[in-house]
Design a protein around this ligand. Structure first.
Ligand SMILES: Nc1ncnc2c1ncn2[C@@H]1O[C@H](COP(=O)(O)OP(=O)(O)OP(=O)(O)O)[C@@H](O)[C@H]1O
Ligand SMILES: [Mg+2]
Length: 313
């Protein structure tokens, strides 16, 4: 279709599929080249419609196959809406193609069988569900066994509460235990999302706090301003919670449990470190690998070369 018959544009596609004409901005997104792109748009502005149209455009012009598309959203509701719209529009595209070919072919079948590939289902999911699936299929590459327990929100708090209650080390934070528990759970989630460790975060927090403390006092004013002092205290408080955050991670490991942020972090590592996973075409490795080795620096497990042929450290 592209090539001999030329590229079908976003406006033409909307017309043949009986959809509202996209705006100039939507057209720019729908027809953009296959490169990373950030689109910022407000509530109800047509984001899902534009994503749907982009998928249909890419498929209609054979730039990608439906099976090569991965759509991720935050909520199940949004994922199911996006999947439903894409499927409906791909079916409409297949019907239109079939009807057109029937006419142009001088009385061909005019049914959708001819264009069955158009109605293959793209993979649409929430970030959490997709991360869970990647970890399930490939987690063994990082030494994560398939029988891990997925902690609920309540389960996370239970583990964190035990960690805080049993903590015998110094804790330089004058806060109620429940506040500390909440902070530990939140910080652990944020570290996982940023693929960083409690040790690295503590070092960075101290570095920023030291920088602020050194920079501010002047000849006339020996102490930092009150607002700045508050920020410094808050940074140091967070740093002092990092050993608890590390203990929280250890508590989950001891229970062979993960929470959603752990799953997302593990999935991101899998996609980043194992090209075959990032390409989405991998055959999952065997569920247990007898030659797994522990890498001392990361304290994580890594499979053998057979399981991870394309590791990029
Ligand atoms: N160019 C357009 N012309 C007319 N209607 C449009 C256009 N683009 C989108 N719409 C319509 O606007 C409505 C909102 O679109 P859509 O659901 O895609 O927005 P959204 O940004 O995803 O919303 P939300 O923030 O609720 O997820 C839908 O009914 C959609 O069909
Ligand atoms: Mg939407």
């Amino acid at each position: 279709m592209s090539g001999a018959e030329g590229v079908i544009g976003a406006r033409e596609l909307a017309a043949v599929l009986g959809k509202p004409e996209p705006t100039d901005q939507q057209v720019a997104v729908i027809e953009a080249p296959l490169e990373p792109m950030l689109v910022v748009a407000g509530a109800g502005s047509g984001k899902t419609a534009t994503m749907t149209d982009r998928v249909v455009y890419l498929v209609a012009n054979e730039i990608v196959a439906p099976s090569e598309i991965l759509g991720l959203t935050f909520t199940r509701k949004a994922a199911s809406e996006l999947a439903g719209r894409i499927e409906r529009h791909l079916r409409a595209l297949a019907r239109w193609r079939a009807a057109r070919d029937g006419v142009e072919g001088g009385g061909g079948r005019g049914d959708v069988d001819h264009h069955a590939h158009l109605t293959e289902r793209p993979r649409i999911s929430t970030y959490n569900a997709y991360a869970g699936q990647l970890v399930n299929d490939h987690g063994v590459r990082l030494g994560i066994e398939a029988d891990q327990t997925l902690l609920s929100e309540a389960g996370r708090y239970q583990v964190a509460t035990q960690v805080v209650e049993r903590w015998s080390g110094d804790l330089d934070v004058a806060k109620a235990p429940i506040t500390v528990v909440r902070a530990v759970v939140t910080l652990a989630g944020e570290l996982a999302e940023h693929l960083t460790t409690p040790e690295a975060a503590a070092a960075e927090l101290h570095r920023i706090a030291d920088g602020l403390a050194d920079a501010l006092p002047t000849a006339r004013k020996k102490e930092p301003y009150a607002d700045v002092a508050k920020v410094i205290t808050s940074l140091r408080d967070r740093a002092s919670l990092m050993p608890l955050v590390a203990e929280f991670a250890a508590g989950k490991r001891a229970r062979a449990a993960m929470d959603f942020p752990d799953q997302v972090a593990a999935a991101a590592r899998l996609a980043r470190e194992f090209t075959v996973v990032g390409q989405g075409s991998a055959t999952p490795p065997a569920s247990s690998c007898s030659t797994s080795t522990r890498t001392p620096r990361s304290r994580s497990w890594r499979c053998c070369a057979r399981c991870s042929p394309t590791v990029t450290p």
